[in-house]
Each structure stands twice: as structure tokens, then as C-alpha cells.
Design a binder for this molecule. Structure first.
Ligand SMILES: *Cc1c(COP(=O)(O)O)cnc(C)c1O
Length: 386
């Protein structure tokens, strides 16, 4: 496989992330276009089956992105106005917005400082008799302890939706994230490990839920356009309930099918590079690199580092100095509750969220990264964080 040349392959700049796309993806996309069927069709169906197998889910339903997958998950659960959905503020804002799309109220819970994820201890204090669901994020690919969260929530009848946008290839309690769960949502944005440009997947263990999800993503139609076409005869469709247009295209699915075959190689290379960062930065006092929790393994979709609390320079100064050295690091995960879009929601004490969002940064990590490139990042970071 030859990597395609990148527009920013300037030797002096190290990107924070770079998708791993090769000639096979080019050929697969071209084949889909040449077939004349580019909307949702047979390649989406094949992608769903292969994805379900890969993560150990009974069913996978392809959608337009992970945000629509989360929206659909809450819609399938019947969550709506008057209901509360617990979410981490420490996440991309789509997690919070998903609750809003169904008319529910997002309620922020704090996260654990080590993993950046919700835990039973951070969720329990914000539960009320209106809580209908919790969106548990596997932030940056680090698996959340879904077992202890389920033990807390199931007896209360509160649903768990997993935001696995970042977590393809991560494991929890010995199984892939998304295996055997009620509802998990994945993203194929280029910032994630597996990409189709834009795209998402909803996995579920329930065939009934999957059937309804497939209908809802296509305007509530009784027969999909692809099925009607395949039958060749006139099959009038019915619209069984108000639905959405959340479809993926066959061009995206063709790319995604190739990307699935790269997951193991991607994850093992990222874990190798992350452990090399850990060794090379081990003697920087107080600097903490994200790591596997006791109950699972991360895919290192993002390798984030928490800066020492007593550092004389701010995180943004660190980023500026790295940028000056031609290294494109990024601020860590955002905190939704600090954004103007969430000014209408009650303020809560979220100390771990605020510490993490203020003092963490994401280090460059991509499949094609070389050791000399990584050494440059380490040298530049050590010069700032000494
Ligand atoms: C990227 C991301 C999303 C949104 O994914 P899209 O496919 O871009 O809609 C949602 N949640 C988390 C945690 C993410 O990182």
C-alpha cells in the first residue's frame, strides 16, 4: 500500500492527525461511482454487516454521521420533552446537542480525572426522577467503565447510550466497544480512526431496534429505495412514521469497507507510538499521558497529555511554542458547559472537567508518523515543559 501524498506534507510541519487512506480506498470509491449506484445501496448493507462483525454487535445501521446516530438513539428510546439526559460536558458538543434534538434537557455530570469519562460516582449525584438516559462517551478512545454504570442505571430504568465516536478498536472487559450493547454510536469523521469523510454507525443487539432505525433513517419508508430497485417490480412504499434523512452513500460505504480492514494495524501502530511517547516523556515531572484503564484498552485515537498543575506557562502558550517549532498539537477535549451554546443550562461544579479542558493537550499521532518526527515533538515539548 502506498500512502497518498498529503497536501500538508511540508517537512517542517507535523500534523496532529492524518487519515490513513490509500490506493485501495481510491479504487473502491471509483468502483462505486462507476457502478452507477452512489446513494445508499448494496455497499452500505455490506459495510453494516462487516462493521457489526468487527465490533461483535448483532446489528449495525449506517447513518450520515455520529451526531445523527446519537439523535436517532435517543429518538428510538422515546426520550423527549420533560426528560433529562445525563451527558459529560467534557466531550465534543454533539453529545450535548443530541439531547436537545429530541427536546430533552441535557444535564452535565463530571468525569474522572484519569480517564476523562463518566463513572458511577460522577453520574449518581445528578440523577433525578426525570432522568431517562445517560450518554456515556468513550472519550478519545479510552473505554468508560460501562459495567459499573449499567449496574447503577439499569435498576432505575435509565437507558445507556454509548457515544463511541472515538472508540472503534478499543476494548472494554475483553470485548470490542459496541459489542452486545443496546445502543452505541460511532463516527467516521476524518478526525477519528476509521473514516469515510463523513459517516456514522449505530449498533444494537436488538434486530427490532435495527429494523426501526433503518426505517427512521430513510423518512420512515416501509421499503428502502435500494430494495425497491432490486425487486424490479413496482412496489409502492408507505411512510409508517415520521422519519429523517440520515442516510450514508454507497461511495462512503465503499471507502469504509476498506478502512475496516486496517483497524488492527492502525490500533497496534498507535499503541506502539503512544508507549514510545510514554517512555520518552517519563521523566518530565507531573506530566501525565492518557493510558489504559483497568477494565479495557484504548485505541489511542487521541493521545492526550495533562500538564503539571504548577507549570509557569499556560497550555495555550505551550501550544503556541509547539506551533512555532512546526508542530501542530491541539487543545484537549472541550467542555460544552463553558460554551455560549450552553448558557441556558444550569451551571454545575465540574472540577475535573475544568481542570482537564484547561490543562490538557493532544499530541500528534498518526499511522504514518516516523520515530524522528516523534522525537521532534518530544524535544519541543520538553523544551517548553521543563
Ligand atoms: C466526533 C465526535 C462526535 C460527532 O461525530 P460526527 O460523526 O462528526 O457527527 C460525537 N461525539 C464525540 C465524542 C466525538 O468525538
Amino acid at each position: 500500500m502506498t500512502a497518498l501524498s498529503q497536501p500538508d506534507a511540508d517537512l517542517t510541519t507535523i500534523p496532529v492527525m492524518r487519515p490513513w487512506l490509500g490506493e485501495e480506498e481510491v479504487a473502491a470509491a471509483a468502483e462505486a461511482v462507476a457502478s452507477g449506484w452512489i446513494a445508499q445501496g448494496p455497499r452500505v448493507r455490506a459495510f453494516e454487516e462487516e462493521f457489526a462483525r468487527r465490533v461483535g454487535a448483532a446489528e449495525a445501521v449506517a447513518v450520515s454521521n455520529c451526531t445523527t446516530a446519537l439523535h436517532l438513539a435517543l429518538h428510538l428510546l422515546g426520550v423527549g420533552p420533560g426528560d433529562e439526559v445525563v451527558v459529560p460536558s467534557f466531550s465534543f458538543i454533539a453529545t450535548t446537542n443530541a439531547a436537545r434534538y429530541v427536546g430533552a434537557r441535557p444535564v452535565f455530570a463530571d468525569v474522572d480525572l484519569a480517564t476523562g469519562n463518566l463513572t458511577a460516582d460522577t453520574v449518581a449525584p445528578v440523577l433525578t426522577d426525570r432522568t431517562r438516559a445517560v450518554i456515556v462517551v468513550h472519550q478519545a478512545g479510552v473505554p468508560a467503565d460501562t459495567r459499573s454504570l449499567r449496574d447503577l442505571l439499569e435498576p432505575r430504568g435509565v437507558a445507556v447510550v454509548e457515544d463511541a465516536a472515538c472508540a472503534i478498536g478499543s476494548t472494554v472487559y475483553g470485548r470490542p466497544v459496541g459489542a452486545g450493547v443496546d445502543l452505541a454510536a460511532f463516527s467516521f469523521h476524518p478526525r477519528k480512526l476509521v473514516t469515510t469523510g463523513e459517516g456514522g454507525m449505530l449498533t444494537t443487539r436488538s434486530p427490532e431496534v435495527a429494523t426501526r432505525a433503518r426505517r427512521l433513517r430513510e423518512h420512515g419508508m416501509s421499503v428502502s429505495a435500494a430494495d425497491r430497485h432490486a425487486r424490479g417490480s413496482v412496489t409502492p412504499e408507505q411512510y409508517l412514521e415520521p422519519g429523517f434523512n440520515f442516510r450514508m452513500t454507497d461511495v462512503q460505504a465503499a471507502i469504509g469497507r476498506v478502512q475496516l480492514t486496517r483497524i488492527d494495524a492502525m490500533v497496534s501502530r498507535r499503541r506502539e507510538l503512544a508507549s514510545r511517547y510514554r517512555e520518552l516523556l517519563a521523566d518530565v515531572p507531573g506530566l501525565r499521558l492518557v493510558a489504559d484503564p483497568p477494565w479495557g484498552t484504548t485505541n489511542y485515537q487521541s493521545c492526550w497529555a495533562l500538564l503539571p498543575p504548577d507549570l509557569p506557562v499556560s497550555r495555550d502558550d505551550v501550544l503556541a511554542q509547539l506551533a512555532g517549532a512546526g508542530i501542530s498539537a491541539r487543545r484537549g477535549i472541550m467542555a460544552a458547559h463553558l460554551e455560549p451554546a450552553c448558557a441556558d443550562l444550569p451551571r454545575r461544579e465540574l472540577p475535573a472537567t475544568e481542570r482537564l479542558t484547561a490543562d490538557s493537550l493532544i499530541l500528534p499521532l498518526y499511522h504514518q508518523m516516523t520515530e524522528p518526527e516523534q522525537d521532534r515533538v518530544v524535544t519541543a515539548l520538553r523544551a517548553v515543559v521543563r
